[in-house]
Design a binder for this molecule. Structure first.
Ligand SMILES: Nc1ncnc2c1ncn2[C@@H]1O[C@H](COP(=O)(O)OP(=O)(O)OP(=O)(O)O)[C@@H](O)[C@H]1O
Ligand SMILES: [Mg+2]
Length: 316
């Protein structure tokens, strides 16, 4: 290994560890006798006396510990003022509905909080990681070099932290790229080591349902199908395949659809199984829309998109 990548890696770990430590220090508090006290104390610890993170949501005790820890940064940075409720817990992350700080221009925001490592089931990610560079938590730097890669492959504690941070950074970076390209995804606002803060879809008491739970009119279904196919192709043109796309990862609100959940997205130019993943995504959407008598063959549509977007090398 050359010196340079190792230097970057060590710097990255320094920052990662230091951030965690400083956050813990900021959050140090008196022994607590109830969940209420845990979250109420957060209000006292802020430098912004006019702001209070209310935490209307009453988390379970173990959840309160890391939730306040992870959310306090957004509160101090005046992105959110309250955590209102738990929208849904998935395999690795839980999504919370938050009251946005007026500075953001939003009323509500969604916080996708990756749970602490010991509570998460890391997915079998080899398929998605293949041929992919490994991003840091901001999606900017790149964790390079043999040692971190070996640590990640061998599931050492260090390796698992890196894998987790890399998933989140990759998801956030992908959302930014796609949002800017005009793909229908929630606008990503900011991220930290464990959280992605994004536009919330729905209302305070009712989050946008996933497409699979919605009953559409036939005409509307046709419009949404075309919009989604356009977006899958736009993603491909941006160098991204969702790789876990289905009616479960498309939210429906106000007659429009938005695609969510990008940690496993792959790059079609480097992942050797990219076409199969694209065909699977398109096929799953076609299967959902078949109930509205939309007759489309997933693999053929995927093939056409691939031919339009991925240039084949010229032969001499
Ligand atoms: N921006 C958002 N606005 C409103 N609700 C959201 C938003 N993002 C996610 N959700 C809700 O949170 C759920 C989980 O989000 P997501 O799919 O990104 O996480 P996940 O951990 O991968 O979950 P799963 O394992 O269920 O796929 C979604 O199914 C949806 O109900
Ligand atoms: Mg999901």
């Amino acid at each position: 290994m050359t010196q340079e990548p190792m230097k970057n890696y060590v710097h990255y770990l320094d920052v990662f560890e230091r951030n965690g430590f400083e956050k813990r220090k900021k959050m140090r508090r008196k022994p607590k006798s109830s969940t209420g006290q845990t979250t109420d104390h957060l209000a006292e610890s802020t430098d912004h006396a006019d702001l209070v993170l209310k935490m209307t949501y009453r988390p379970a005790r173990f959840e309160a510990e890391w939730l306040t820890d992870y959310m306090s940064g957004f509160y101090n940075e005046m992105q959110i003022t309250d955590v209102l409720r738990n929208v849904k817990g998935g395999k690795e992350a839980t999504v919370y509905c938050c009251r946005a700080h007026p500075n953001t221009g939003y009323e509500l925001l969604a916080a996708k909080v990756y749970r602490p490592r010991k509570l998460r089931n890391l997915r079998n990610d080899a398929l998605y990681r293949e041929g992919r560079v490994t991003l840091d938590d901001a999606g900017k730097g790149i964790v390079r070099g043999r040692r971190p890669k070996v640590a990640m492959q061998k599931h050492t504690r260090f390796g698992q932290e890196l894998r987790h941070t890399s998933w989140l950074g990759h998801e956030y970076g992908t959302m930014q790229l796609l949002y800017e390209a005009g793909v229908a995804v929630p606008k990503p606002l900011t991220s930290s080591d464990n959280v992605i803060l994004m536009e919330y879809l729905g209302e305070e008491g009712e989050a946008a349902p996933p497409l699979h739970a919605v009953r559409l009119e036939r005409d509307e279904a046709q419009v949404l199908f075309e919009r989604l196919m356009r977006d899958v192709e736009l993603m491909l043109a941006c160098g991204r395949i969702h790789a876990d796309l289905s009616a479960f990862n498309v939210l429906y609100w106000d007659g429009a659809v938005k695609i969510i959940d990008f940690p496993q997205a792959v790059d079609p130019f480097v992942n050797p199984r990219a076409f199969d993943l694209l065909a699977r995504d398109v096929t799953r959407l076609c299967e959902y829309f078949a109930r509205y008598r939309i007759d489309a063959h997933g693999p053929s549509l995927a093939r056409e998109m691939w031919e339009r977007c991925i240039p084949t090398p010229e032969l001499d």
